[in-house]
Design a protein around this ligand. Structure first.
Ligand code: AGP
Length: 613
């Protein structure tokens, strides 16, 4: 979850680093710092707190130079304070380093280094790395070789960027495992390093993504990539289409609000180029799915975390109903340690906006170790979950900056719907007419989303009546059961109101005891195959004095006389209804949190990409 930025070129590195770190704020952090090489000396500014504190430090005591590195830290070892903030220097002042990840064997390394006379200045695990680099630097190895030797001692996953006053024309960056990415941006006579694209997108779109166990030697003229064994690696330069403007808030107060309203565009983009409406067929070329493979598939394990896992739950209903392929949904943190029964013709399908979620990536590795083929549905281009998969579907939503996932929830719903149709088509388990009908329904999705967004004022009115509630229950069934989980997660993660998503049919097995006038119950009851059951759910809640907010389909005449409030959604084909039922719940959570004056884009304790366990 830490943010890393580096610069080398003709400009002053300091403003570049501060601006780049600001672009990474969404990742969540509790301290920040930078180091710049000025007149042959490494100057460090760092402190606990937000970037505004770091900017003030730099203003009080300026540093300027053409090479520098910066960091925003999300504390794992050692509390957030100036001493533990990155960058970290060794004892000689020759080397300075920033790090993302956890040195799992740092205690033994620290003891070994202390035996060599090293005096530690922080409680961090990171500091052992800079002393190891310094140990090898002094034995006549250059910075890259010293860093390579140092990194071989480390256990765990790491992103490391290091520079030395002995080599003022070079920054060295390395990646081990999945502790967040390391990307190198190639400019005109200048080169950038970052842990994520938004920090450098406004400067270049020519990117080199490091993979695990790779190291980059970065100069202002470009980059050389080697494996950690020292072998040259023939890297490719990728042109990333994300434009920096789309990563800005525009007229919106929060990224989340902007991204909710981008869903007409993002749903259009995730469909674009993948649907042949004439032939009534789906094309997902990056999945590398052949008819033979499609027919061989026994079972699909969908693995993900948080919101992405709820998208996977919708995917289970769609793939099983359309393609008749058994699907099991396993959250990443469980799947990775469950010694799962995965067989050769099984697929492990990961869903991840960032493509860097440690539990999801570890679940993918677990699946691969058991012989499964790996697929992924990912938003972040060049991320690990995209790179290690045998086939992938890009969500194509553009940057999602708000910590609370919105467009990166609805896009995979449609991607999973298209995957289900393609699987059924290749396995020959769907007739031409049924397939054409399902494909034709995709045409309406962006407009249906737009209709939901057009009703924001109605949702905001409901939000105003819920600003001071302390609890909420969200109920759904079937394809919209995950909608209840997702609606509840949106509310709790940005408004800090305790909210619980529940399978509606489970209410009578206990939770119905919670119902009273203080417990608002959001009931997701669109015109889908579970409608009648959901209607009776509303009656049950009302019979116990509950307060019901129903999500209902336009024209419904049974619900308004019973529910206390209704949030209307347009008539939607039921398999795509999770797209239209979730959008008002996104807006509901957003407006409640905004009315409560909370940090909607960076909720407390949360980060956009959870790259540690
Ligand atoms: C959702 O709003 C949260 N940000 C969180 O649950 C998120 O979905 C989860 O951490 C998975 O992230 P990923 O999609 O980047 O893997």
């Amino acid at each position: 979850m830490c943010g890393i930025v580096g610069y080398i070129g003709p400009q002053d590195a300091t403003p570049f680093i501060l601006n780049g770190l600001k672009r990474l704020e969404y990742r969540g952090y509790d301290s920040a710092g930078l180091a710049v090489l000025q007149d042959g000396e490494i100057k460090v500014r760092r402190d606990a707190g937000k970037l505004s504190r770091l900017a003030a430090l730099v203003a009080e005591d300026p540093v300027h130079g053409n090479i520098g590195i910066g960091h925003t830290r999300w504390a794992t070892h050692g509390e957030p304070n100036a001493r533990n903030a990155h960058p970290h220097m060794g004892m000689t002042g020759d080397v300075v380093l920033v790090h993302n990840g956890i040195v799992e064997n740092f205690l033994e390394l620290r003891a070994e280094l202390e035996d060599e006379g090293v005096e530690f200045k922080s409680e961090t695990d990171t500091e052992v790395i800079v002393h190891l680099v310094e140990r090898y630097l002094s034995s006549e190895d250059g910075l890259a070789e010293a860093a390579r030797k140092a990194l071989r001692h480390l256990r765990g996953a790491h992103g490391v960027v290091v520079m030395s006053r002995a080599e003022p024309d070079k920054i060295v960056a390395a990646r081990i495992g999945n502790a967040g990415g390391v990307v190198i941006g190639l400019g005109e006579g200048e080169t950038y390093v970052a842990s994520d694209l938004p920090a450098i997108l406004e400067h270049t779109r020519q990117m080199v993504f490091l993979e695990s166990h790779q190291m980059a030697s970065v100069t202002r003229d470009g980059v050389e990539v080697n494996t950690l064994d020292g072998e040259p690696f023939p890297f490719e330069v990728q042109n990333v289409p994300w434009d920096p403007i789309s990563a800005e808030k525009g007229e919106y107060r929060h990224f989340m609000h902007k991204e909710i309203h981008e869903q007409v565009r993002s749903l259009t983009d995730t469909i674009a180029g993948r649907v042949d409406f004439e032939a009534g067929r789906i094309r997902l070329p990056d999945l590398n799915l052949t008819p033979a493979l499609a027919r061989r598939i026994n079972k699909i394990f969908i693995t993900a975390c948080g919101t992405a896992a709820y998208a996977g739950m919708v995917g289970k209903v769609l793939i099983e109903r359309i393609a008749r392929v058994p699907v099991e949904v396993e959250i990443g943190s469980e799947f990775r340690y469950s010694d799962p029964i995965v067989r050769e013709n099984d697929i492990v399908l990961a869903i991840s906006q960032s493509g860097e979620t440690a539990d999801t990536l570890a679940a993918m590795e677990e699946g691969r170790s058991k012989g499964a083929k790996l697929w992924s549905i990912v938003n972040a281009i060049g991320s690990q979950a995209m790179r290690i998969a045998d086939g992938f579907i890009s969500m194509q939503t553009g940057p999602e900056i708000g910590v609370a996932s919105t467009k990166a929830y609805t896009a995979p719903l449609v991607d999973l719907y298209m995957l289900a149709i393609l699987l059924a088509d290749l396995r020959g388990t769907i007739d031409d007419q049924a397939r054409r009908s399902l494909v034709a329904d995709l045409r309406f999705v962006p407009d249906l989303a737009g209709q939901c967004l057009d009703r924001e004022a109605e949702v905001e009115e409901v939000a105003q009546t819920l600003v001071d509630v302390r609890h909420a229950l969200y109920l759904g069934r079937g394809v919209n059961m995950p909608t209840a989980y997702e609606g509840a997660l949106k509310l709790k993660e940005i408004s800090y109101i305790h909210a619980e998503g529940y399978p509606a049919g489970e209410m009578k097995h206990g939770p119905i005891a919670l119902i009273d006038s203080e417990m608002p119950v959001v009931v997701i009851a669109p015109r889908d195959p579970w409608y009648e059951k959901m209607f009776s759910q509303i009656e049950q809640a009302k019979a116990r004095g509950g307060r019901v907010i129903a999500v209902a389909t336009d024209g419904d005449e049974l619900i308004p006389p019973v529910a206390d409030q209704v949030i209307w959604v347009p008539e939607t084909p039921w398999m795509l209804s999770p797209v239209t039922t979730v959008i008002p719940l996104q807006m509901l959570a957003y407006h409640i949190a905004a009315l409560r004056g909370l940090d909607v884009d960076q909720p407390r304790n949360l980060a956009k990409s959870v790259t540690v366990e």
